[in-house]
Structure formats: structure tokens, C-alpha cells
Design a protein around this ligand. Structure first.
Ligand SMILES: [Mg+2]
Length: 458
């Protein structure tokens, strides 16, 4: 869409926008002296969506939504997802005013699914917040509500080792880096070479569970029994296995056991469980707290049954799947009503990370947020506009700059492209490719005089 606004129109619209955004004005003046004076919110239109995929520990598909006024927004599809899940939404968004965030998100919700299929919707939500924040001159968190905290507590994954002592030393190093919240992968395969430890289904025997607990005990002895320690990735556990494992973990006071049930339940499986009844059975059988949610999209579609039925102790949405800022805040607020805390799963780039930080800043029941890239030397360099490194002493500062508060560092991104090209044109997505209902004319019908019109003949 061409920008046909005259300079007078733009100035006039800017004045109107300033009045509309009066609630934000004082804060904008204080926190964002470089507020975009060129934007004319009522005449803002989406003109394009493009993408680039960064090859990192996982692929990071980044989208950019462009507008007719030069303002653009970044978003990120879930790590290890693909850009196409966002780009198929382009034709549904071009020509729309990006500030109508909730209406646009409702329009594309039909195309969001569980797991990586929630990534397109989530990327668009992030990009719309980036645009709106820049237009109104406020940080994305301000568009959601008020800030509950100035910095976000981060936890990170740690490479495991078959030797419990080495595993514990690695976790201790995380503590020395400043982290105050910990999580360990407790793969059953860690003990598969010990005689009698693993059964024919790849699940630990009672003997094997004892060996697995040696890892938790070693880590606990290294980092302390008084700090939060969660555990993940236990193996192909069914419901009864899950109960056995969770009970074995009870002496170690885990912060949570994550996605413990992996087989024998409904839904996409693995990290996107839908069978809240099975989790309710496990929960009633153990005092080890259970967390789920990194593969779930949406409150109604993914989390509501678990929360209504108190089937888990903690929810653990990934904002790149769960619906990014607006939807994840909705989910967290609903959990808060039930007294259930919200931890945040995250394994993507600094773009999605900061979008998640803005969201996490606004929720009351926040616990900690994950980062999967603390050992990647160039992760922080993918963006500019933030204090570096992005994670300092186990925390990320919540930005007060407009939008998400990050700009891509083109030079560094180009060093790590999965595919050639940098935000290349996407004409193949100009037309609607997927749609629940789309009436294209001319269609045969009776007109007001009762005449049959537009009958297609061959
Ligand atoms: Mg996990």
C-alpha cells in the first residue's frame, strides 16, 4: 500500500494520536525522548511481512512486519519452528492497522495450533507490540499493564554428564555465573549402562531410580538444598512410571518435575499434553510439584482445563508457542486466580526473549524464565539497544525503551543465516493460502428482483 499522506495530514494525525495516547504521554516523554513523531496511528497500515532464519542452537525464525509509515516490528516464531507458519498469515494482515492488536489476533487465531504451530500467531503478537510501542513511545510491557518487577529472574539449561560429580560441578558453575534458579535434565539414559537400571521400555527400574536420584543429590550438595532446582526430560514415562519417578524425587524438594508424562495420553504428545486427567492422577499421588506447558497454545485451547481442574502445580508456557504477550498474560492471570504460579520456558533469540521479558514483567505470579543460550558467545550480539551481556548475574533488566527495545544487529545475523538473503520479499505469501472460510466472487445468487445471477457456465 502506498503512503499518500501529505505532510499536513501526518502532522494533523500525529497531534490526534498524541491526544489519544495522553495516558502514555508523560511516560513517553520521560522514557522515550526519541518517540517516533512521524507516526499517524489512525492511518498506519501493515504493508508487508518478511522473515529471516538464524541458525543457532535451534533455528530462530524472525519475522518483520512493515508499515506504510516506516515503523516496523520484530517477532519470533518458536525455536526450531519454521518461518512459513508466520508468513501464511501475511495476506490476512496486510492493509490492516497494526494497532488493532486484539482484533487482528482474533482474526488469525484460527491458524494457531499446539507446539511449533503456535509460533506464527505468537510472532505476529510480538511484532504488533513492537510496532505499537514504537508508535506510542512506550515499552511493550506498558501496553499490557503495569510493571511488577524491574528485572526478570533467569534459569538456564546445563549440559548433563554420566558422572554425577561432573554434572554437579557444571551446575555449580552456573551458580558462580550468578544464577539463582536451576534446572537439570535427568535423562533416564544417563543410567542405561548400569546393570538392571533400565527396563525394556527405556524406563528406570527401582534400582535405576536410585541411580537417577544420585544425580539430584550430587547437584543439591553442590548448589545447596535451599535453592530452587527443577528437573526435565526423564524419558518415555507413562502414567504409572510418572508416579514412581515423582515419588522418588520427593526427598529432593524439586521446584518442579517438567512434562513428566510422555506416553499414553491424548493430544500432540510429549511437551504438548492435553490429558489433564492423567496429570491430576499423578499430582494426587505425589508431593513433587508438576509443571507443564511449553508446548501449549492459548488459554482455552491449551491451559484452561489444567488450571480449572488443578491438574498441575505450576504452568510453564513458552511465549513463542503460547501466544506471546497478550495471550500469555491472559494465561498467567487465569493461573493466578487459581493460585498457580507461572514459570516461562524459552529457547530462542534475544528478540523473542525480550518480548517474553516484557510479558513476564507484568504478571503477578511469575517464578523464573528459561534461557537456552548462556554458552553461546554471540547470542547477545544478535541485537542492539540493550545492556550487554543481556543476562547479568542471572537476571535480565526490563527495558523502558519503546516497543520490544531491540534492533537486529544485521552484521551478526548475516553471519548466522540458515538460508541466503536478509528479509527478502515474500510475494508467494501475498495471496491467502490457508483460510477457514473465504468467499470469493462472483458467486451465483438471486438478486433483489429474484433473478438468478452470476451462474457460472462452461
Ligand atoms: Mg522442557
Amino acid at each position: 500500500m502506498k503512503d499518500k499522506l501529505s505532510r499536513r495530514d501526518i502532522l494533523h494525525a500525529s497531534a490526534g494520536a498524541a491526544a489519544m495516547a495522553s495516558g502514555f504521554a508523560a511516560e513517553a516523554a520521560q522514557s522515550a525522548p526519541d518517540v517516533n513523531k512521524n507516526s499517524a496511528p489512525s492511518k498506519l497500515r501493515i504493508t508487508d511481512m518478511r522473515a529471516v532464519t538464524i541458525a543457532a542452537n535451534y533455528d530462530y525464525p524472525i519475522i518483520r512486519i512493515d508499515t506504510n509509515q516506516g515503523v516496523y516490528g520484530y517477532g519470533e516464531v518458536r525455536d526450531a519452528g519454521v518461518k512459513g507458519i508466520a508468513l501464511i498469515l501475511k495476506a490476512h494482515l496486510v492493509g490492516e492497522n497494526p494497532l488493532n492488536m486484539e482484533r487482528l489476533l482474533r482474526k488469525i487465531r484460527l491458524f494457531a495450533g499446539q507446539g511449533r504451530m503456535g509460533g506464527g500467531y505468537s510472532a505476529v503478537d510480538m511484532a504488533l507490540h513492537d510496532i505499537a510501542g514504537k508508535v506510542y513511545g512506550v515499552p511493550a510491557w506498558r501496553l499490557l499493564g503495569s510493571k511488577q518487577r524491574d528485572k526478570i529472574r533467569i534459569y538456564c539449561d546445563t549440559t548433563g554428564h554420566e558422572d554425577p560429580k561432573i554434572y554437579a560441578e557444571r551446575m555449580k558453575k552456573r551458580q558462580q555465573m550468578g544464577f539463582t534458579f536451576f534446572k537439570m535434565d535427568l535423562y533416564t539414559r544417563l543410567v542405561k549402562n548400569r546393570p538392571g537400571a533400565v527396563n525394556h521400555r527405556g524406563v528406570a527400574t527401582e534400582k535405576g531410580l536410585g541411580y537417577l536420584c544420585e544425580y539430584i543429590e550430587a547437584v543439591r550438595d553442590a548448589i545447596g538444598w535451599d535453592v530452587p532446582l527443577a528437573a526435565d526430560h526423564f524419558g518415555p514415562l507413562n502414567l504409572n512410571d510418572s508416579i514412581r519417578y515423582a515419588r522418588a524425587f520427593e526427598p529432593y524438594d524439586l521446584a518442579w518435575a517438567e512434562d513428566i508424562l510422555q506416553v499414553g495420553h491424548l493430544g500432540p504428545g510429549g511437551d504438548a499434553p492435553r490429558n489433564w486427567r492423567a496429570y491430576q492422577e499423578i499430582k494426587q499421588a505425589t508431593t513433587t510439584p508438576l509443571a507443564i506447558g511449553e508446548g501449549l497454545f492459548g488459554l482455552e485451547e491449551g491451559f484452561k482445563d489444567f488450571l480449572d481442574n488443578h491438574a498441575v502445580d505450576i504452568i510453564h508456557p513458552d511465549p513463542e508457542t503460547s501466544g506471546a504477550l497478550i495471550e500469555t498474560k491472559r494465561i498467567a492471570d487465569y493461573a493466578d486466580l487459581q493460585g498457580i504460579p507461572t514459570a516461562v520456558h524459552f529457547a530462542g533469540s534475544p528478540v523473542g526473549c525480550m518480548a517474553s521479558v516484557h510479558m513476564a514483567a507484568t504478571i503477578r505470579n511469575f517464578v523464573a524464565m528459561e534461557n537456552h543460550a548462556v554458552d553461546m558467545p554471540w547470542w547477545s550480539d544478535l541485537v542492539t539497544g540493550l545492556p550487554k551481556p543481556i543476562i547479568q548475574n542471572g537476571y535480565i533488566q526490563v527495558p523502558d525503551t519503546p516497543g520490544l527495545g531491540v534492533e537486529l544487529n544485521e552484521e551478526v545475523v548475516k553471519e548466522h543465516l540458515r538460508y541466503p538473503g536478509y528479509f527478502e520479499p515474500t510475494p508467494e505469501f501475498n495471496e491467502v493460502i490457508v483460510s477457514g472460510f473465504r468467499r470469493v466472487g462472483p458467486w451465483p445468487h438471486y438478486d433483489e428482483n429474484g433473478n438468478w445471477c452470476n451462474c457460472v457456465t462452461y
